[in-house]
Design a protein around this ligand. Structure first.
Ligand code: EPZ
Length: 447
């Protein structure tokens, strides 16, 4: 980040601009973090390219170094070497910062025969349990104890086994995939997650010499017990980043193209945009949206891939506030992923929630004010709302957004958005509630 204090940064967004242009996508956060963890499976150097410059990657690099691995960066590539000094204890402070740190558990018990990981807390969007991870490791022969807030996993040799998952958990599939590479014999993960990030991890592990079949299907077979070697691998593009900018383009009635993503990774999402009346053109690793007519309401239910991605749910609700009618959004993946609705309603969204359902009765006219990002994707939704709200929207808690969006301000400016990143201290009420004279964001930018 450009030297801003982490928790003071805010984005000032002036609505009313049509976004036009191309966005070069960064590598996928939800793949890069796992590939970094998978690098622990070998003492050989691994090179991971197209790593997004986001704070969650920084946290994972700190974690790998805390475990004793060497990590060096150049441009958008990271070089990881987890040599003989590797230890198996992941500290609370880092796990608390980023729940995804739990993903080092599988590789550590595979490589060292033990892992001690602080229990990841829940987060804004739900308790984020890890029972599927633990039960799966036990099926592979590991002993798991939870003691004084730590998960202690020990094994004197993992053994391949059938591992049925009650739910196609992304994280559990990933942890078990990595552990299975060290389990003697065949492991069969049933009801595995099918996200593109799982396929990217399987490709990375195959590049290391792992024998894996069924990547991207519900049944993944791993012939474990072979030593793994280093690999050079480029992370797939971030489909959630892509969907976010495509939604912004549709909401502002502009024309936005994302570069680098295979449209297949956004299957149902693009079909829903078309059903809403958005023009969607697909090319080779290029997706373009535009809109010159009204938007129609649609119902959306988030599901594991290839269902509608929960990570695009909040941002899509913003687009649905513009539809000529009522839409119902059902969140089936996380227990509490409507946290941002209260903030969206302060902009005038008028969304009503009951349990896992949100009712969006469009069309609504949003008006800018000060809002607080509750989490990563909620923050992206608030920025999206600011782009179509009347006047100025000040989005606080930008550190949430920095966790998963590389250079969001540069990419938005590249699309013509009137946006400014500010680290001002707390501003007087008057200056943030009243919309400053038009062009202030523009003038501030020129200073
Ligand atoms: C990954 O989280 C992603 N995070 C999430 O993205 C994404 O929303 C999610 O997958 C679903 O696609 C990363 O990859 C770092 P899950 P993960 O295990 O692995 C329950 C973002 O915004 N569950 O599929 O935690 C769990 O409580 C983030 O980028 C159990 O009950 O997702 C949740 O309700 C947010 N027990 C549901 O399953 C378990 O042992 C989905 O969890 C594991 C999960």
């Amino acid at each position: 980040m450009d030297g801003l204090s982490e928790h003071d940064a805010r984005l000032l967004v002036r609505g009313g601009r049509r976004l036009e242009g191309e966005v070069v996508l960064s590598g996928a956060k939800n793949s890069a973090l796992k590939l970094l963890a998978a690098s622990l499976l070998t003492a050989d150097p691994c090179v991971i390219r197209r790593v997004p410059r986001i704070t969650d990657v920084g946290t994972m690099v700190t974690m790998l170094r805390a475990l004793g691995a060497e990590v060096a960066g150049e441009d958008d590539a990271l070089h990881v070497r987890a040599g003989a000094g590797l230890t198996g204890c992941a500290p609370y402070e880092l796990v608390r910062t980023m729940r995804a740190s739990i993903i080092v558990m599988g590789p550590l018990v595979a490589r060292l025969g033990e892992a001690t990981i602080a229990m990841p807390g829940g987060c804004n969007i739900g308790p984020r349990r890890i029972d599927f991870h633990i039960r799966g490791l036990e099926k592979l022969g590991a002993r798991v104890d939870i003691d004084h807030g730590f998960i202690r996993v020990r094994s004197d040799g993992l053994r391949g086994a059938p591992v049925p998952l009650d739910y196609p958990s992304v994280g559990a599939t990933e942890n078990l995939l990595m552990a299975a590479t060290a389990a003697e014999g065949e492991t069969v993960i049933e009801n595995a997650a099918r996200e593109p990030e799982i396929m990217d991890l399987c490709a990375f592990l195959q590049g290391m010499g792992a024998e894996i079949e069924g990547a991207g299907t519900s049944t993944i077979r791993v012939a474990g017990g072979r030593p793994l070697h280093g690999v050079v691998h480029s992370v797939i593009a971030d489909r959630v980043e892509a969907g976010t900018y495509l939604l912004m383009g549709a909401a502002t009635q502009g024309r936005v193209s994302t570069l680098g993503l295979d449209p297949v990774h956004l299957g149902l999402f693009l079909a829903k945009l078309r059903a809403m009346g958005v023009q969607v053109d697909e090319g080779h690793e290029r997706i373009t949206v535009s809109r010159d007519g009204p938007l129609f309401p649609v119902d959306i239910a988030t599901l594991p891939h290839p269902g509608f991605a929960t990570d695009l749910q909040a941002q899509t609700m913003v687009l649905l506030t513009l539809a000529q009618g009522t839409s119902i959004v059902t969140e089936n993946v996380f227990e509490n992923r409507f946290v941002v609705v209260d903030e969206l309603n302060r902009l005038g969204a008028g969304i009503e929630t009951t349990g896992h359902h949100a009712v969006i009765a469009g069309p609504r006219s949003l008006s800018g004010t000060v809002v607080e990002a509750p989490d990563l994707r909620g923050g992206a939704a608030l920025v999206t709302a600011g782009l179509i709200a009347d006047g100025l929207t000040e989005v606080r808690g930008v550190h949430h957004i920095d966790r998963g969006y590389e250079d969001i301000m540069g990419k938005l400016r590249g699309l013509g958005a009137d946006v400014l990143r500010s680290a001002d201290g707390p501003r007087t009420g008057a200056s943030t509630t009243a919309s400053p004279p038009a062009g202030e964001v523009e003038r501030a930018r020129r200073t």
